[in-house]
Design a protein around this ligand. Structure first.
Ligand SMILES: [Zn+2]
Length: 235
């Protein structure tokens, strides 16, 4: 299948950027690469004016990120599959992201890539507008933070025409963004919260959340404007 690999949707998340460079050095037939937020990558920052992954479907007359979002959607249509790489400081946070109306084959692909957790994103990220886009979130300390490993996996995928797998994937969606104020009010730093491990029931109740509820992106330095997110399990 024809694959587009996106690096640097967030300009300071290095796995995808390194992967794009690596594939450029050792090309794979049927696989093309693109650096998404090129200006942010040059500046080693998440974004220039606004978060590119909150700027979809984009606008050709808007800011730099609006234009890039517009271009990425256009380019993505030429591929069977788009793989978009991200990183987080939060440990044990490896997962995939798809949109609500995404192609069902993305679940098979996630499973083939050893991802067993998928978040269905409903905000203005690329997944919402590109039904062939699987975003891959890898913790900085994960064993999966490995350029060579992803290179081999993408090479494997690119040779497949048919997928015959039965994915066993847990699906989640965001129900709340934990603010820095919440962090202080509920003394969250002392609680040693872990990604995808249910929030203690008493705390969930205090935060007016139905249980079970699962934290993610806890204290992620890439997104210091939030303390984390809360997910609900869909299936
Ligand atoms: Zn990211």
């Amino acid at each position: 299948m024809k694959i587009l690999v996106i690096g640097g949707m967030h300009g300071n998340e290095l796995l995808g950027i390194d992967l794009v460079k690596y594939i450029n050095e050792k090309p794979i037939p049927n696989v093309q690469v693109i650096l998404a937020n090129q200006r942010a990558i040059e500046a080693s920052t998440r974004f220039i004016k606004k978060d590119l992954n909150r700027s979809f479907p984009g606008n050709i007359k808007g800011s730099y990120e609006d234009i890039r979002a517009y271009e990425l959607i256009k380019i993505s249509k030429k591929y069977d599959l788009v793989l978009d790489f991200h990183n987080t400081y939060c440990p044990d946070n490896d997962c995939g992201f798809v949109g609500q109306d995404s192609d069902k084959k993305l679940y098979d692909i996630a499973w083939l890539l050893n991802l067993d957790k998928i978040i269905i994103a409903d905000y203005d990220c690329m997944n919402k507008y590109a039904s062939n886009c699987l975003s891959i979130e890898i913790s900085l300390k994960s064993n999966l933070y490995n350029t060579q490993l992803w290179y081999e996996r993408i090479k494997m995928l690119s040779k497949l025409d048919e997928l015959k797998v039965t994915p066993k994937i847990s699906k989640y969606s965001f129900i709340y963004r934990i603010t820095n104020e919440d962090r202080d009010i509920y003394s969250l730093r002392q609680l040693n919260l872990k990604a995808f491990q249910p929030l203690p029931k008493t705390l969930a109740k205090k935060m007016n959340q139905k249980t079970p509820v699962y934290p993610i992106f806890i204290d992620d330095k890439f997104t210091p404007y939030y303390y984390g997110g809360l997910l609900t399990k869909i299936s």
